[in-house]
Write a protein that binds this ligand. Sequence first.
Ligand code: SAM
Length: 213
Amino acid sequence: MRLAYADPPYPGQSHLYRDHPDYGGEVDHAELAGRLWAYDGWVLHTSSPALGVVLAAVESARPAELPSARVLAWVKPFAAFKANIPVAYAWEPVLVRPARPAVVSPRSVSRDWLAEPITLGRGLAGAKPAAVCRWLFDVLGADPADTLDDLYPGTGAVAAAWDDWRGRAATLGDQLTIDGELAAVSVAAEMDCDAVAAENRDDQDQGEGDGRD
Ligand SMILES: C[S@@+](CC[C@H](N)C(=O)[O-])C[C@H]1O[C@@H](n2cnc3c(N)ncnc32)[C@H](O)[C@@H]1O
């Protein structure tokens, strides 16, 4: 299937990229929405202030036979906190049209939000963390055999995350992933269970010894 990943300058923010060779002023989100719906599945990043206009553009370009896009939240525990902005902009909406219907599977668990700090030191405003991309590939229902068009490549972080994700997906087998992260999480959970069980046993042993119930 053909997938698209759109991470354009957000409405009103194109000036951040004025010096870039691919700068083309404000992105026409109505035109972009039309292009996205031609794919089997797609992701569109935007900002919370722009959510209303972007959602309206996406919805009015939607082919009647297709369901509305899903709105997810990328929550940023660490974001750009500025003295003159009393309520920080610390989450971003992401619109997704999954390529495949969601399947409840023991192999993969995804949420409609992800908490992940912003990246620093990439030399580009809005460069996306690999964990955010992996989460969205999972939500897309992507398959390693799919093609992914990164429509606004910037640092190339999305394409790099896609190559990494495809490699992992091919070797995952039946291992559990949660929000795009694999084994470490489930192994840690198992270790925690073992540790809790051992602690309970210790407590019981001690409890029997010192008269507690
Ligand atoms: C949010 S950044 C993409 C970041 C990228 N996903 C990453 O993780 O590095 C948006 C990119 O779109 C480019 N751009 C700016 N104006 C544009 C326009 N009108 N049309 C196409 N690309 C544009 C910017 O130069 C920038 O590289």
